[in-house]
Design a protein around this ligand. Structure first.
Ligand code: ZN
Length: 427
């Protein structure tokens, strides 16, 4: 099959993405604020395209959009393909939207081939996935399953200062029903949730593969306001034995955690360890002073819960050792955590088989970033993700996904949904 020639669905996906880029342009890049005009435009656009394909559209109390192509047997559980349509400010056009249009493209392919699936196929466009707008983990998909913590409705949008409930109401939705936990879709009615998303790291580019099958979504923990506390002193007068140098304490911490990271990788585990912000007090620090206090953040991620526990335990031990050696103390401050999400082995096997049949290279890749798929996996729904090769990371205007690569994901997904009830899979 010549991959330079797009499927009908792939061509449709490309056209929708072009319209979206132009309509939500905010130079540089695009801006689609959660519950703002860009997200609204995107929802209207995909609804219109799906209705033209014969899908039935509906929204839930939180404004998530369900586009259903009816299957032959209404008693069978549905296949749901979903992602989000909001973006960060001055973000790229593909983070989120690529996954929704990939679902529409599969519908277009079904229609073109005159195939009616056994099961309902639902394309789900969620709301408010980008945590930059509301400081929450996937409020849209949480609300879709009736799982949103009522307190989350009081979270304030970063640009407007108004609450999530306010913004839902303003867009014509029903935050009171969300508060009562009224779901948009019953988790027990979903056979599989699958999300297509651009890769936000470089693995597929490095592997020269257009599409990857995600093995798991990392969970993690983050200390956003940790400190290494020593004592300020004169750089010339204070002898080494008397020092409580926050910089040396921090350096030892970094080095010891990296040794742990090396060990994890040697044992075949994936994790990331990041000190994203390191700062000293400009009113206190100086070229002729021993630094007495250093502020830092620490972000640790892994798809394996046991690895997160291991790093946390090692961290505690390191802080004790370094504290004793350097005469410093560490204050970790508030700790934020989020759970890893496991992808369904059965769905991964189906995707592997589809890739083999299409003679497509689709390596297994981890996801270091969070996605709506984590909500569905967390609710016990069999969940899978496909990544599409993307050159420059995401959340920036230079995201570089080729439509030809997205088209490969569409082919894979089309094979997956049409082969979903293959008797080979039955136990
Ligand atoms: Zn995204």
């Amino acid at each position: 099959m010549n991959s330079a020639v797009l499927t009908t669905g792939g061509a449709l996906a490309g056209r929708i993405l072009d319209v979206l880029a132009e309509a939500t342009a905010d130079t540089p890049g695009v801006t689609r604020i959660a519950y703002g005009p860009g997200e609204r435009f995107a929802h209207d656009l995909v609804r219109d395209a799906a209705e033209k394909l014969g899908a039935v559209a509906g929204t839930d109390a939180a404004g998530n959009l369900y586009l259903t192509l009816k299957g032959r047997d209404p008693h069978l559980l549905a296949i749901v393909i979903g992602s989000h349509l909001d973006s960060v400010a001055h973000g790229g056009n593909f983070d989120g939207a690529a996954g929704v249009v990939a679902g529409l493209a599969v519908m277009a392919e079904l229609v073109r081939h005159g195939i009616r699936l056994q099961r309902d196929l639902i394309v789900l466009a969620t709301r408010a996935e980008e945590a930059v707008w509301f400081p929450l983990s996937y409020p849209g998909s949480q609300a879709a399953l009736g799982l949103l913590d009522p307190e989350a409705l009081e979270a304030k949008r970063s640009d407007s200062g108004r609450t999530l409930a306010d913004h839902m109401r303003e867009e014509g939705f029903d935050p009171d029903a969300v508060r009562r936990g009224v779901p948009g879709i019953d988790a027990a009615r979903i056979a599989a949730f699958i999300e297509v998303h651009i890769e936000q790291g470089p693995r597929l580019v490095a592997a020269a593969a257009p599409v990857g099958i995600v093995t798991g979504i990392a969970g993690g923990f983050r200390y956003v306001d940790a400190k290494c506390l020593g004592a300020y002193a004169h750089s010339g007068a204070e002898p080494r034995f008397a020092r409580h140098d926050a910089v040396l304490g921090f350096a030892d911490l970094v080095a010891a955690l990296e040794i742990e990271w090396d060990a994890l990788e040697r044992e075949g585990h994936e994790a990331t360890i990041t000190f994203g912000r390191v700062q000293s007090d400009p009113t206190q620090h100086g070229g002729s002073r021993v630094l007495g206090e250093l502020g830092l953040t620490l972000d640790v991620r892994s798809a394996e819960a046991a690895i997160l526990e291991r790093v946390e335990a090692r961290l505690r031990a390191i802080l004790e050792e370094v504290g004793a050696k350097r005469g410093v103390t560490f204050e970790l401050g508030p700790r934020f955590t989020w759970d890893p999400a496991t992808m369904s082995a059965a769905l991964i096997a189906k995707l592997d088989r589809a890739a083999t049949e299409l003679q497509m290279e689709a390596p297994h890749v981890p996801s270091g970033a969070g996605h709506d798929a984590a909500t569905f996996a967390g609710a016990g729904i069999p969940t899978a993700m496909l990544f599409v090769r993307n050159e420059n990371g995401s959340h920036n205007p230079t995201e570089a996904m080729e439509i030809a690569d997205l088209d490969q994901a569409i082919r894979l997904l089309f094979r997956f949904v049409t082969d979903f009830d293959n008797p080979l899979d039955q136990p």
